[in-house]
Design a protein around this ligand. Structure first.
Ligand code: UDX
Ligand code: UDX
Ligand code: ADP
Length: 483
């Protein structure tokens, strides 16, 4: 029986291994993590991450060929194939601070593998890492153990949160990079054999190691670039009276462009896009490719601009001050159908409003109160560590209350900011909400989900990203503020 061990039971490792176990009943899959609480949760009825369809898959396999354990060394030593899916936070100090990924956790995983291995291993990079990490890992492994052969593969994961199970069951492609030597190709084939249980042959792409590593960064950079492109257009639409949804629709009909991923928003979030682009920028800079680095960096700058622009719009619309005003925040997760808040645009928007002394009442159907408070008081980039760093700025959260539903959040509020496109926000009783708000009542829709016409008929003053402006807002152009 082939034995797979995955180091890191997070958003990537957990769902990916669950689907491998589901589709390969003859493979024994163990997911290990240093976090006792995470592993305890994976072994309980309350899984540590919210992901549609995940519970069913885990229930079907757990205890049969899918196991979760904190005994990292034992399972690594017994495995034939080891996936590594540990954190790669952005460095906050030293060389490459603010851009380069911190590979401490990767390196410690590699050294541990070298220490405990007594048989040949295939080591698979699952978490996104800089190009040429595989080479570094290979060196650590081979210099630290003799008589054991290691093959390193890069098998980046393309799943998106909220649709992870569907993405894993029916992937656009599976990418496997390996050494172009006979042993390297044998390892590629071994991993291909795993995926072949359910993925059609023509969707399994094999490349060299560096191409696979770079493809992951490139795919995320292209996706993020589409959002920054449409968000840049949204600013121009507001200035000219065009409607960004109509523009997106018209542009997306061109089959060379395609209709997906063209929704204007308050900004993209998630653990990957910003981190991977910063990583790409850093690699370009290290290779002396200044213009290429600047090109990709602009994608992040436009994203920051979009979040900042949204805050400016809120403040300038409300008579240039939100001081002491209650503002309802609907949605805190970085997108719908996930409880994940990593790099969510809600953090920057809330911080901006708190900086202007607003009182926030926040509701999200999946994000816990302590997570929101932690996010609002954490330093940039500190979230991505296995042992979470302590919050450093707790003062801001004194102006925040977290509530249990949208009606409570909006009661007596001056304005509403919709920051996540949860389906339940589309069917709210806005007449009831309006009746219970201070007047004039404002809605700022950062996800373009409300019916603008209907809300204006009720009496709201409505701002929706990239849509023709309410006459009220036209007279109050967003002023440029210092960050
Ligand atoms: C992304 C990639 O899609 C996935 O392939 C990769 O493996 C990990 O990174 P994820 O971050 O989970 O996945 O979600 P995604 O659906 O890509 O959304 C990222 C952000 O972009 C979200 O904040 C989302 O709201 C935003 N977005 C997405 C838009 O603002 N507009 C869009 O049209 C699409
Ligand atoms: C373009 C648009 O495609 C068309 O919709 C619009 O109406 C007019 O402008 P055109 O300039 O005729 O059409 O040719 P196009 O095929 O778009 O190519 C433009 C340039 O991009 C060419 O120099 C082409 O060689 C280059 N190109 C195109 C690339 O370098 N790589 C590609 O993948 C595609
Ligand atoms: P991703 O979204 O890439 O899956 P997560 O942060 O959700 O990232 O998951 C990474 C997991 O890796 C965390 O649960 C963390 O505890 C675990 N981890 C980090 N370093 C190690 C290590 N050396 N050994 C085992 N697990 C680790």
């Amino acid at each position: 029986m082939v034995k797979i061990c995955c180091i890191g039971a997070g958003y990537v490792g957990g769902p990916t291994m669950a689907v491998i176990a589901l589709k390969c009943p003859k493979i024994l899959v163990t997911v290990v993590d240093i976090s006792i609480s995470r592993i305890t949760a994976w072994n309980s009825d309350q899984l540590p991450i919210y992901e549609p369809g995940l519970d069913e898959v885990v229930k079907q396999c757990r205890g049969k060929n899918l196991f979760f354990s904190t005994d990292v060394e034992k399972h690594v030593s017994e495995a034939d194939i080891i996936f590594v899916s540990v954190n790669t936070p952005t460095k906050t100090r030293g060389l490459g601070a603010g851009k380069a990924p911190e590979l401490t956790y990767w390196e410690s995983a590699a050294r541990m593998i070298a220490n405990v291995s007594t048989s040949n291993k295939i080591v698979v990079e699952k978490s996104t890492v800089p190009v040429k990490t595989a080479e570094a890992v290979e060196r650590i492994l081979t210099f630290n153990s003799s008589n054991i052969s290691y093959q390193i593969l890069s098998n980046p994961e393309f799943l998106a949160e909220g649709t992870a199970i569907q993405d894993l069951l029916n992937p656009d492609r599976v990418l496997i990079g390996g050494r172009e030597t006979p042993d390297g190709q044998k390892a590629v084939q071994a991993l291909k054999d795993v995926y072949s249980h359910w993925v059609p042959e023509d969707r399994i792409i094999t490349t060299n190691l560096w191409s696979a590593e770079l493809s992951k960064l490139a795919a995320n950079a292209f996706l993020a670039q589409r959002i920054s492109s449409v968000n840049a257009m949204s600013a121009l639409c507001e200035a000219t009276g065009a409607n960004v949804s109509q523009v997106s629709n018209a542009v997306g009909k061109d089959t060379r462009i395609g209709p997906k991923f063209l929704n204007a928003s308050v900004g993209f979030g998630g653990s990957c896009f910003q981190k991977d682009i910063l990583n790409l920028v850093y690699i370009c800079e290290c290779n002396g490719l200044t213009e290429v680095a600047k090109y990709w960096e602009q994608v992040i700058k436009v994203n920051d601009y979009q979040k900042n622009r949204f805050v400016n719009r809120v403040v300038s619309s409300m008579f240039n001050t939100v001081s002491g005003k209650k503002i309802a925040i609907l949605g805190f997760a970085f997108k719908k159908d996930t409880g994940d808040t990593r790099e969510t645009p809600a953090i920057d928007v809330c911080r901006g409003l708190l900086g202007d002394k607003a009182w926030l009442s926040i509701y999200d159907p999946q994000v816990a109160e302590d997570q929101i408070k932690k996010d609002l008081s954490m330093n940039k980039f500190d979230w991505d560590h296995p042992v979470h760093l302590q919050p450093s700025n707790t003062a801001a959260v004194n102006q925040v209350s977290i509530v249990g539903d949208a009606y409570e959040a909006t009661k007596d509020a001056h304005g509403i900011c919709i920051l996540t496109e949860w389906d339940e926000f589309k069917t709210l009783d806005f007449q009831k909400i309006f009746d219970n708000m201070k007047k004039p009542a404002f809605v700022f829709d950062g996800r373009n989900i409300v019916n603008v016409k209907k809300l204006r008929e009720i009496g709201f003053i409505v701002y929706s990203i990239g849509k023709p402006l309410d006459p009220w807002l036209k007279d109050t152009p967003a002023v440029t503020r210092d960050k």
